[in-house]
Design a protein around this ligand. Structure first.
Ligand code: DAH
Length: 343
């Protein structure tokens, strides 16, 4: 009996060495351990075994059964692992002979315009910075001359965080860090996402983008401000534009202005974009307030500066004829896909 079992185990091993698929393991299991399997047959012979040998023979047969089952399942597991690896490998295989699919994605129109504006300013010697979206109360307000309890804080409906910080309400929040970071003279622009608790309509979003700029040097004047803005706008609208300043109020600039551009779509004759007024209100700006310079570690008796806070979304809407600011954050691919980067 022992010899017979040894032979059968050897036979199992040989058969296992020949199979290529894990599913074939089951055939061997049936052949040896199934209802009429070779080992099961031996169990049937038990009745002929003398009583005093039954226990010993029974033990031997049970051991053989367990050994064969272990051999089969080990082989099955090895094959299963190989099969899985093969499947993963073939799924990831790249067929380099396939034709290239046309890329259907495109940059967001806001990103396109932002890049164009950045390029113009870079060509005029500006660095491009960015700011945090979560800012300290100091950077967002106090540093830009909006102290605690000042009514100007009410101009912006702020999202306050539990820890006393804010979702930045304007890109001006980065001014202080930039004034401290760079040696003078400074020319920097800093585009960024801003947040305010607005009632939403075609002209207002709670999440919007601005592009801010600061210029600090000896004897900076309103003339410099006009020059840089005119240059930028002429490049973006691809024609010489005319601008005008109206008085405005911002705590961080003195004097403060609203900059209008003569409507580039009708050359000021009057159209739906400029609501027949001939001018489009575009960009708040002004001469940096001496206190803001001081907060940035700059002596206002030696240096002066100008700043502007362009509404990037408004600029995009104007350039592309989009009427509702909410479209820009909507993920409406029908609208967004119309604009591709022309480089
Ligand atoms: N931070 C202002 C706002 O969001 C915009 C602004 C106005 C920025 C005048 C400036 C500036 O840099 O000089 O309402």
């Amino acid at each position: 009996m022992k010899e017979k079992i040894k032979e059968l185990i050897e036979l199992v091993k040989t058969k296992l060495s020949e199979i290529k698929k894990s599913s074939e393991g089951q055939n061997i299991r049936v052949e040896f351990l199934g209802k009429s399997g070779k080992i099961t047959e031996l169990f049937r012979l038990m009745k002929e075994v003398p009583a005093d040998k039954k226990q010993e023979v029974g033990q031997i047969l049970n051991n053989a059964k367990q050994e064969i089952e272990a051999l089969i399942s080990t082989k099955e597991k090895t094959l299963e692992k190989q099969e899985l690896e093969q499947e993963i490998f073939s799924a990831e295989k790249i067929d380099i002979t396939l034709p290239v699919k046309e890329c259907t994605g495109s940059l967001h129109p806001r990103t396109i315009i932002q890049k164009e504006i950045e390029d113009v300013f870079i060509s005029m010697g500006f660095v491009v910075e960015d700011g945090n979206e979560v800012e300290t109360e100091y950077n967002n307000f106090t540093a830009v001359n909006v102290p605690e309890n000042h009514p100007a804080r009410d101009m912006q409906d702020t999202f306050w965080l539990d820890n006393g910080e804010v979702l930045k309400t304007h890109t001006s929040a980065a001014q202080n860090k930039i004034l401290k970071k760079y040696p003078l003279p400074i020319r920097a622009i800093f585009p960024g996402r801003c947040f305010r608790n607005e009632d939403l309509d075609a002209g207002h979003e709670n999440t919007f983008f601005q592009l801010e700029g600061v210029i600090v040097d000896k004897d900076v004047s309103v003339g410099n401000l006009i020059y840089f803005m005119k240059e930028m706008l002429s490049k973006i609208f691809k024609k010489e534009v005319e601008v005008r300043l109206r008085p405005g109020f911002f705590p961080f600039t003195e004097p403060s202005f609203e900059m209008d551009v003569r409507c580039p779509f009708c050359d000021g004759k009057g159209c739906s974009t400029c609501k027949n007024g001939g001018w489009i209100e575009l960009c708040p700006c002004g001469m940096i307030h001496p206190q803001v310079l001081r907060n940035g570690g700059i002596d206002p008796d030696k240096y002066s500066g100008c700043a502007f806070g362009l509404g990037l979304d408004r600029m995009v809407m104007l350039s592309l004829g989009i009427n509702d600011i909410r479209e820009l954050n909507s993920g409406n691919l029908k609208l967004l896909k119309q604009f591709k980067l022309n480089v």
